[in-house]
Design a binder for this molecule. Structure first.
Ligand code: F6P
Length: 351
C-alpha cells in the first residue's frame, strides 16, 4: 500500500517527528509513503507530491516546521476541489492517508473519509484544542516558549516596577495561556473561554502591585476584555473563515488601559509566531513519533476515519464524528490550578 502524508494548517514543532514516525513504521510494515506538499494544496491541480523514504527523512526528528510545507487551503469549500483531491490520490496510487493537522485539516479528513477514503488524523496545534485528545503535537513546545518568555520578563518587570502584558496565541482556547502562564508564574491569565472586565483586571493588577513591585498578565489573542476596544482584523479571514487575530491588538489595548487606569507603566510583548518555531520538546517528539507510528498501524489494519488521540498513557482511536464540530472545554482540574496559584481564590471542584 502507498500511504500519503500531509501537514495542514499552522505549523508547529513536532510535525517532522510525526512524518519520520510514519515513514519508519510504514517501511517496517512494507508500505511506501508519499509526501503531499503544502497541505491540501498538494492534492489540487496537477498535484505536488514526492516519495518519502528513510533516507530523505533521516535527521529531521529535532527540526521545527515541516519538510512538507503547510497551507490553510480548504478543498471542502467546493465539490470540484474535493474531486481533484480524490483524483490526485488515485493518480498517485495513494491508497490511504495520514493527515497531521488541527480542527480544520481534520474536518477535511472527515469529509474525505465519509466519501470512502481511508484516512487517519493526527492532532497537532499549539492551541491544544482538538477534542478527545489530552495533547496535540506542538503544544508542549509552545507552552515552554511562553514559560521561558515569562521568566525573562519577570526580571525586567521587577527592575522597572512595570506591568508586563504578554499576548500569546490561542484563537478560541486558553490552553497555551493557562499552561504557559501557570508554569511561568503569571499573576493574571485571561482566556477566550472566560471574558473579563477591565475593572476586574485593574483591581487584580492593583492588588498585585501593592503586594509586590510588578505584575505579569498573560492574555490569549482571542480573549475578550469588556471595556477595551480591539482593532477590527479588517475582514481578513483564511479559507476556513478564521480572522487573523494577531492584527487585533488585544495585548496592546489591555496594556494601554491598565496604564491609564492604574498610573503604573505597562508594556506589551506579543509572542506571535515565535511560539510556533524552533525545535520540538522531547515530549512532543515522542508524542509525534507514537502518533505517526500508530496511524500507520491502523491504516495497515484497514482502520480509518479516526483520530490518534492521546488519553492517559495510550494512543486511542476516536471517530472523526466525535471530534469534528465539537469544542474542547477547559479542563476543570487545570483551571483549579489557575484559581489557586494565579487568582489567589479558593479552588472549586475536583482535582
Ligand atoms: O491555529 C494555530 C494558530 O497558531 C492560532 O493560535 C493562531 O490564531 C493562528 O494559528 C495564526 O495563524 P497564521 O499563522 O495563519 O497567522
Amino acid at each position: 500500500m502507498r500511504i500519503g502524508v500531509l501537514t495542514g494548517g499552522g505549523d508547529c514543532p513536532g510535525l517532522n517527528a510525526a512524518i519520520r514516525g510514519i515513514v519508519h513504521r510504514a517501511s517496517m510494515l512494507g508500505h511506501e509513503v508519499t509526501g503531499i506538499h503544502e497541505g491540501w494544496a498538494g492534492l489540487l491541480g496537477a498535484g505536488n507530491v514526492a516519495p518519502l523514504t528513510s533516507a530523505n527523512t533521516a535527521g529531521i526528528l529535532h527540526l521545527g516546521g515541516t519538510i512538507l510545507g503547510s497551507s490553510r487551503t480548504n478543498p471542502a469549500r467546493s465539490e470540484d476541489e474535493m474531486r481533484q483531491v480524490e483524483e490526485n490520490l488515485r493518480r498517485h496510487g495513494i491508497g490511504a492517508l495520514a493527515t497531521i493537522g488541527g480542527d480544520d485539516t481534520l474536518s477535511v479528513s472527515a469529509k474525505l473519509s465519509e466519501r470512502g477514503a481511508a484516512v487517519v488524523g493526527i492532532p497537532k496545534t499549539i492551541d491544544n484544542d482538538v477534542p478527545h485528545t489530552e495533547w496535540c503535537i506542538g503544544f508542549d513546545s509552545a507552552a515552554q516558549v511562553v514559560g521561558d518568555a515569562l521568566d525573562r520578563l519577570h526580571t525586567t518587570a521587577e527592575s522597572h516596577r512595570r506591568v508586563m502584558v504578554v499576548e500569546v496565541m490561542g484563537r478560541d482556547a486558553g490552553w497555551l495561556a493557562m499552561v504557559g502562564g501557570v508554569g511561568g508564574g503569571a499573576d493574571l491569565i485571561i482566556i477566550p473561554e472566560q471574558p473579563v472586565t477591565i475593572e476586574g483586571v485593574v483591581e487584580h493588577v492593583q492588588r498585585r502591585m501593592d503586594a509586590r513591585r510588578f505584575s505579569i498578565v498573560v492574555i490569549a489573542e482571542g480573549a475578550t476584555v469588556e471595556g477595551t476596544e480591539t482593532i477590527d482584523a479588517g475582514g481578513r479571514v483564511d479559507q476556513f473563515g478564521h480572522p487573523q487575530l494577531a492584527t487585533r491588538g488585544i495585548g496592546t489595548r489591555l496594556a494601554e488601559a491598565i496604564e491609564a487606569r492604574t498610573g503604573v507603566e505597562a508594556r506589551v510583548t506579543v509572542l506571535g509566531h515565535v511560539q510556533r518555531g524552533g525545535s520540538p520538546s522531547i515530549f512532543d517528539r515522542v508524542l509525534a513519533t507514537r502518533m505517526g507510528a500508530t496511524a500507520v498501524e491502523w491504516l495497515h489494519e484497514g482502520r480509518g476515519g479516526v483520530l490518534t488521540a492521546s488519553q492517559g498513557l495510550e494512543i486511542v482511536p476516536v471517530p472523526f464524528a466525535e471530534v469534528i464540530g465539537h469544542n474542547r472545554p477547559i479542563d476543570a482540574r487545570f483551571y483549579r490550578l489557575v484559581r489557586q496559584f494565579v487568582l489567589d481564590e479558593e479552588p472549586i471542584g475536583e482535582g
